[in-house]
Design a protein around this ligand. Structure first.
Ligand SMILES: *[C@@H]1O[C@H](CO)[C@@H](O)[C@H](O)[C@H]1NC(C)=O
Ligand SMILES: *[C@@H]1O[C@H](CO)[C@@H](O)[C@H](O)[C@H]1NC(C)=O
Ligand SMILES: *[C@@H]1O[C@H](CO)[C@@H](O)[C@H](O)[C@H]1NC(C)=O
Ligand SMILES: *[C@@H]1O[C@H](CO)[C@@H](O)[C@H](O)[C@H]1NC(C)=O
Ligand SMILES: *[C@@H]1O[C@H](CO)[C@@H](O)[C@H](O)[C@H]1NC(C)=O
Ligand SMILES: *[C@@H]1O[C@H](CO)[C@@H](O)[C@H](O)[C@H]1NC(C)=O
Ligand SMILES: *[C@@H]1O[C@H](CO)[C@@H](O)[C@H](O)[C@H]1NC(C)=O
Length: 396
């Protein structure tokens, strides 16, 4: 499934000299024994670009960038969804030309990507509010997805999501809801929807709380049960959704999907790890995720296939409409939708969305034993190889 590069190329990738202002984290725990404390001018001029991690079986890998969605070209590789909302929102999803013409999707001169619900039009009773839903043209099978956003939509009657969904018949190719909430909730909810046979493992290995149905934790991810509820986990952080997320400058959400399972982390702005900022993400250093779907309860490869990435903002509907009366929001959702000033916070402000793929550092087809042998040899000889490559590169 993962592509393989020759070791020499990886060395080049890893140890191309960076400018001296770039200081990356994790150097002192580098598997190569290079240390920030080193006084050797040759070695100290070489900073790893990416962080090596190792699989349970000892195979080394790193996350390398696959796709970057940001800035003026952001919308080029997305489709605008212009059908009725399958979750029954009182929304009209507009097509690409309308989205740009109506100012519901654009990129600012500062390269921030904006998607929003209409906040300028008064509606008659029963009329639907314009908004956008976009899907990545590219489909993914595994990856590390990192969204940096200054704001995410919220407000009474508003129901936004940042999610991925399989290309086949729903829910059999899976759905991963990374950011989702309604009204002025303050806690993000991560949810999986799958075909039958998938469950959340009751586990202390994530920091969130599983969503209960009728007082019992709902661990069954089968999207066909419980009104399509799926299996959800609510984050503990008050800055993970809504007013506080926006007020403190947003942050970063990361979703890691590989054969170890599917995990989500969120970091409010001041806590974004430097390895994410520098473009060399190392999830093994991020601490416990807020939510994890472990392979013990759900095969993350067979239940999640050909995923597009989706952003949307809907109104009322199955979640925001059905929960409105108990939300503390004023009046009814149907009334709420009419006044445009109720939707001033229903907007995404996105700095970037990056997708990384797992790159095994070496490999072959000759079987597990030689793999393991290779792995030991590589670790043993890596420092020497690196010095040789460095000397060749720098001409020292
Ligand atoms: C959606 O847009 C496509 C082309 O952009 C068009 O062919 C189709 O008729 C539109 N569907 C609706 C429901 O507006
Ligand atoms: C976009 O939708 C509008 C209706 O709102 C329609 O008039 C227009 O033809 C559509 N554009 C395309 C490219 O489908
Ligand atoms: C996933 O996409 C590939 C390539 O388009 C296709 O061959 C395959 O049938 C798809 N798998 C499912 C389960 O939809
Ligand atoms: C939690 O993580 C630890 C270390 O990764 C692992 O040994 C343990 O089995 C996990 N617990 C559960 C319940 O999955
Ligand atoms: C929008 O956000 C601001 C700042 O948090 C808040 O004061 C205001 O009430 C919000 N408006 C709506 C309609 O949610
Ligand atoms: C609509 O919302 C945007 C933020 O998305 C805000 O800048 C603008 O002032 C709002 N317009 C009105 C008329 O409230
Ligand atoms: C180690 O695990 C990775 C990921 O599961 C796999 O791709 C690789 O083939 C495994 N290596 C060996 C030697 O089994």
């Amino acid at each position: 499934m993962f592509e393989l590069l020759p070791l020499s190329l990886i060395c080049l990738l890893l140890f191309t000299p960076l400018d001296s202002a770039t200081v990356l984290p994790g150097i002192s725990s580098s598997p190569f024994g290079l240390s920030r404390r080193t006084t050797n001018p040759l070695l100290s001029s070489l900073q790893p670009r990416s962080q090596l991690e190792s699989e349970a079986n000892g195979t080394m890998f790193l996350w390398v960038i696959q796709d970057t969605y940001q800035g003026q070209n952001f919308f080029d590789r997305w489709d605008f969804y212009n059908y009725s909302d399958p979750t029954h929102g009182t929304v009209t999803y507009v097509n690409r030309s309308d989205a740009f013409d109506l100012g519901l999707a654009y990129v600012t001169p500062q390269n921030q990507v904006i998607m929003k619900g209409d906040n300028t039009t008064w509606l008659a009773s029963g009329q639907y509010r314009n908004s956008v839903r976009i899907s990545s043209q590219k489909q993914y099978n595994t990856g590390l997805f990192i969204l940096d956003a200054d704001r995410a939509p919220w407000g009474c009657g508003v129901w936004p999501a940042f999610w991925t969904v399989g290309g086949g018949a729903w829910p059999y190719t899976g759905e991963i809801d990374i950011i989702e909430g309604v009204h002025d909730n303050q806690h993000n909810q991560v949810t999986w929807h799958t075909g039958p046979g998938c469950s959340l493992t009751p586990s202390s290995n994530f920091t969130g709380t599983s969503v209960a149905t009728n007082g019992q934790p709902n661990l069954d991810c089968n999207g066909l049960l419980d009104n399509n509820a799926g299996c959800g986990v609510v984050e503990w952080s008050r800055a993970s959704y809504g007013p506080t997320f926006d007020a403190q400058g947003g942050g970063v959400f990361a979703m890691k999907w590989d054969d170890q399972g599917i995990s989500v982390w969120s970091f409010y702005r001041a806590a974004v790890p430097t390895d994410i900022v520098s473009g060399s993400p190392d999830p093994s250093t991020w601490g416990k995720p807020v939510a994890t779907l472990e392979p013990a309860g759900c095969n993350p490869i067979t239940n999640f296939v050909n995923h597009s990435i989706v952003f949307d903002i809907t109104f009322c509907g199955d979640w925001a409409g059905n929960s409105y009366a108990t939300s503390g929001c004023p009046g009814t959702c149907a009334d709420r939708i009419m006044d445009p000033s109720n939707f001033v916070n229903a907007s995404w402000i996105i700095n970037s969305l990056q997708v990384y793929r797992k790159q095994l550092v070496y490999g072959g087809v000759s079987g597990a034993e030689s793999h393991h042998f290779l792995s030991n040899q590589v670790v043993r000889w890596m420092p020497l190889v690196l010095v040789a490559v460095s000397i060749a590169l720098l001409g020292v």
